[in-house]
Write a protein that binds this ligand. Structure first.
Ligand code: HEM
Length: 491
């Protein structure tokens, strides 16, 4: 006879998983998982750059719910998409972001909406959402177009001279230029100024985050290795860049006080909130959120575009359809000038979702339980860290036939999977109340760049595709992307 449940058990937050999924054990310690070493646990097996691949492989080995030890702490890893969706939906009340990640982010001076929790998160989120509405992005369109023209000119030059480009680096510069201009009103133009260190600095801080995430001991608080000393130096340079951007915004607002009533970007809105009498925003909030926008908007969009262009360069039939659609939308133009034409790029949008299904920039999402809960039969206590391997639901053969294949058609037509469906199996932009607020902007960037690229150039990798791997720091991108461009001879 089953034991009657106690009062404590009936107060548990109970989360469901996919039909038929039951936790393989009732307690975290009893879950299957890799055998830990004393002190280190299994953290030594997670190599910087490929932690996600190891964690995914362990799902294949131990099943869709296992535990591994980072030092002496057990972490729970899951891949069930329904359970993942449930956890994401229960934020910020019952789950916080992964504690390790947010500590590491705060430690390198990037604390903002991404790492904030509770009421502080709510306030910051409202501001950020206001600045990234479709309406706001539409108003920014001339800026996005102008940066896309810059990228086109750079690639046109490379095609003319037959030079191999580092496409990943170009896309990172593109997205940092767009994000800085949009969220701070400043054109840093890293695409033209090769010696501007901003993009490399942001990149290095991502590497630092990735390197520190699963270290069993936070040694850098006491002992600095060369990489940690460099991180301190880059952190100071980034802080100075951000302070300069804040200074410039303050000057603009002093010269034109109407900007206080109608801020034109996130930074101005943050400064207005900061300066309100009795404001709960601090200078650090402003600084942290400015840095957060740089980080959240750079690598993410760039890696998503990089994967899409790489996959299209290896898929001639699908590439031909994207190109035909882009040719119709752009006509004689090199870069799309009509914002509303973006809505008609259905096949390109489907290709982008399909590429994010196969190569999501966030293949793992972390959460910390703020209450005791029951995850489909597994009892976890408050404080438990859970890692959600969000790509694997999208590779499930029961949901996606021939799941390893790139088929944009899956996202088209009346029976198409919808990325917004609550029963969806993929989480390219996360889910629940903390889903990515930059999603609309990101899709505009992706469509602008991919349409320009496919309309203007034939793109081929300058390396064997087998040598281009996945590299995961804070987001997952291709390990490298040397590309050759040839001007298309259609016009
Ligand atoms: C293709 C490009 C992008 C992808 C795939 C992406 C993906 C994501 C994901 C997976 C999350 C975590 C969501 C969650 O926890 O549920 C996130 C959060 C976030 N993203 Fe994006 N993102 C992209 C572009 C951008 C851009 C362009 C911006 C802004 C300029 C941005 C700003 C943010 C912010 C501020 C958060 C934190 C939200 C919060 O905690 O409330 N993202 N993004």
């Amino acid at each position: 006879m089953p034991a009657p449940s106690s009062n404590a058990d009936s107060a548990l937050l109970r989360l469901k998983a996919s039909d038929g999924f039951v936790a393989p054990a009732a307690s975290v310690d009893a879950l299957p998982g890799p055998r830990p070493l004393p002190v280190l646990g299994s953290a030594h097996r997670l190599k910087p750059g490929s932690t996600h691949a190891t964690l995914e492989n362990w799902i294949r080995e131990y099943g869709p719910m296992y535990r591994f030890y980072a030092g002496s702490r057990p972490l729970v890893v899951i891949s069930d998409p329904v359970l993942t969706g449930e956890i994401l939906r229960h934020r910020p009340g019952q789950f916080a972001r992964g504690a390790r990640l947010t500590q590491a982010i705060d430690e390198i001076g990037l604390g903002g909406v991404f790492s904030a929790e509770g009421e502080r998160w709510r306030r910051q989120r409202r501001l950020v959402m206001r600045a990234l509405t479709p309406e706001a992005v539409r108003n920014f369109f001339p800026i996005i177009r102008s940066v896309t023209e810059r990228l086109q000119a750079r690639w046109h030059e490379a095609a003319r001279s037959g030079q191999v480009i580092d496409m990943l680096r170009d896309l990172k510069r593109y997205s940092i230029d767009v994000t800085t201009w949009l969220s701070m009103g400043v054109d840093v133009d890293t695409l033209t100024n090769d010696d501007n260190p901003l993009q490399e600095d942001v990149e290095f801080m991502f590497e630092t985050l990735g390197r520190r995430l699963f270290k069993p001991v936070r040694y850098w608080r006491w002992v600095k290795l060369p990489a940690d000393r460099r991180a301190d130096m880059v952190g100071k340079r980034l802080a100075k860049t951000v302070d300069d951007l804040i200074g410039k915004a303050r000057e603009r607002m002093q010269a034109d006080p109407t900007l206080r009533d109608k801020p034109t970007n996130i930074l101005e809105a943050l400064l207005v909130a900061r300066d309100e009498p009795g404001s709960e925003f601090t200078d650090d909030d402003v600084r942290g959120n400015v840095a957060t926008m740089l980080f959240a908007g750079e690598d993410t969009a760039a890696n998503a575009m990089a994967w899409l262009l790489l996959i299209l360069s290896l898929a001639p039939n699908e590439a031909a359809q994207v190109t035909a659609e882009a040719d119709r939308a752009l006509g004689d133009e090199a870069v799309l000038s009509d914002f509303s034409a973006l809505d008609g790029l259905h096949y390109l949008e489907a290709a982008a979702f399909e590429s994010m299904r196969l190569k999501p920039i966030a293949p793992q999402l972390g959460a910390t339980a703020l209450v005791d809960c029951d995850l489909a039969g597994l009892r976890v206590n408050k404080g438990q860290v859970i890692l959600m391997m969000s790509r694997l639901g999208g590779l499930d053969e029961h949901t996606f036939a021939d799941a390893e294949e790139f088929r944009p058609e899956r996202w088209l037509g009346e029976h198409a999977e919808s990325a917004d469906d609550t029963k969806r199996r993929i989480f390219p932009f996360g889910g629940g109340p903390r889903y990515c607020p930059g999603r609309y902007l990101a899709m505009v960037e992706i469509k602008m760049v991919a349409a320009m690229a496919m309309h203007g150039f034939e793109i081929t990798p300058d390396a064997s595709p087998d040598t281009i791997g996945e590299h995961f720091t804070f987001t997952m991108g291709p390990s490298k992307l040397p590309m050759r461009l040839r001007e298309r001879s259609k016009r």
